[in-house]
Design a protein around this ligand. Structure first.
Ligand code: 5AD
Ligand code: FES
Length: 352
């Protein structure tokens, strides 16, 4: 298939015919199998703290939300989660938290990285999702053993970015962070929210071109879901969950067809809008799923949006549940493997 044009992408974003969409998804799944293989990789997600110094208008753990108990797991608790992931044969974990930029925090993370590496003889892969940091901090964590980093750009439109964030949050800074992460040697993931208020289909097409222009290795994107205690929720007049779900799947499929050899996650937010959301994401071209392995008691406190799924399940229940879902979708799980994106190998060998 020839490379998709902007015009074709816009056409697909407005396509409502279920049969035509099925064809698009089938083609995207076939493209995933061709370029990244038939397996789906699990990344155990540890949401270890909801303290955040940022104030994004859409996010439930923004610092101005007083309607929320704040928590942080201890080092021992985080190591326990990492060990459980290793024992469940997940090839890698993702450490995610609200954003903190102080030196104590940077040291805390560095120690944990070294300890996890030691505990698993370097076998458990570690992805960080800890927001904007100084390049020196990114370097320090890379040295300590992290090899992938997720930092969503949220939207590639600077004007829309500005409407979704307070004045001191900067699109340019975020973009510079992504560039620093690539330079340092991380496998870099970014992504956007889909169906945001004020977002156009042109913005979404722009997002896909942004991923390509930035030479991104991994994509994590999902539908925007309102959170009751956020300023953005107050600005929404019409929210159509099924439309946002459709757009989410079309974005996964178009991104797969356009970028080909990257890893694409089926976001948990997809499951909020449709019980089979993540399996449908896989069938539309995604090849990564991030099962939640945060201790159950803390899950409800890490609520970025309303109706987050899996609040009462524990890590093993999520594993069994997802395993069945992925099998039912006809895909295999890549247990015990890091599942690096072929795109990263290509980028690395091109840089030598
Ligand atoms: N709906 C969907 N995704 C959200 N995120 C934050 N708030 C929301 C929301 N209301 C996403 C952001 C962030 C990631 C960790 O969670 O894209 O980067
Ligand atoms: Fe958590 Fe299904 S993935 S219960």
């Amino acid at each position: 298939m020839a490379e998709l044009t902007r015009k074709e992408m816009l056409g697909w974003l407005s396509e409502k015919d279920p049969q035509k969409l099925e064809e698009l998804f089938r083609e995207a799944r076939a493209c995933a199998i061709r370029h990244v293989g038939p397996k789906v990789y699990f990344r155990g997600l540890i949401e270890f703290s909801n303290f955040c110094s940022k104030d994004c208008y859409y996010c439930g753990i923004r610092k101005s939300n007083r309607n929320l108990e704040r928590f942080s797991l201890t080092e021992a608790e985080i190591l326990e989660c990492a060990k459980a992931a290793y024992e469940m044969d997940y090839g890698s974990i993702v450490l995610q938290s609200g954003e903190r930029q102080d030196g104590v925090y940077a040291g805390f993370i560095e120690d944990i990285l070294r300890k996890i590496k030691k505990m698993t003889s370097g076998k458990l892969g570690i992805t960080l999702s800890l927001g904007e940091q100084a390049p020196e901090t990114y370097e320090r964590w890379f040295e300590a053993g992290a090899h992938r980093y997720l930092l969503r750009i949220e939207t590639s439109s600077p004007a829309l970015y500005q409407r979704l964030h307070p004045a001191d949050h900067s699109f340019e800074t975020r973009k510079r962070c992504l560039e620093a992460l690539c330079r340092i040697g991380y496998q870099v993931g970014t992504g956007v929210m889909i169906g945001l208020p004020f977002q156009t289909h042109e913005d979404l097409v722009g997002d896909i071109f942004f991923f390509k222009d930035q030479d991104i290795d991994m994509i994590g994107m999902g539908p925007y879901i309102a959170h009751a205690d956020t300023p953005l929720k107050a600005q929404i007049s019409d929210y159509d969950p099924s439309e946002n779900f459709r757009l989410g799947l079309v974005m996964v499929a178009l991104t797969r067809l356009f970028l080909k050899d990257v890893n694409i996650a089926a976001a948990t937010a997809l499951q909020t809008l449709d019980v089979q959301g993540r399996e449908k994401g896989v069938l539309a071209g995604a090849n990564v799923i991030m099962p939640n392995i945060t201790p159950t008691d803390y899950r409800k406190l890490y609520r970025l949006y309303d109706n987050k799924p899996c609040l009462d399940e524990n890590a093993r229940q999520c594993k069994n549940c997802l395993e069945q879902r992925i099998r039912a979708a006809g895909a295999k799980i890549g247990y015990g493997e890091w599942g690096d994106a072929p795109h990263f190998m290509r980028r690395k060998s091109a840089a030598v």
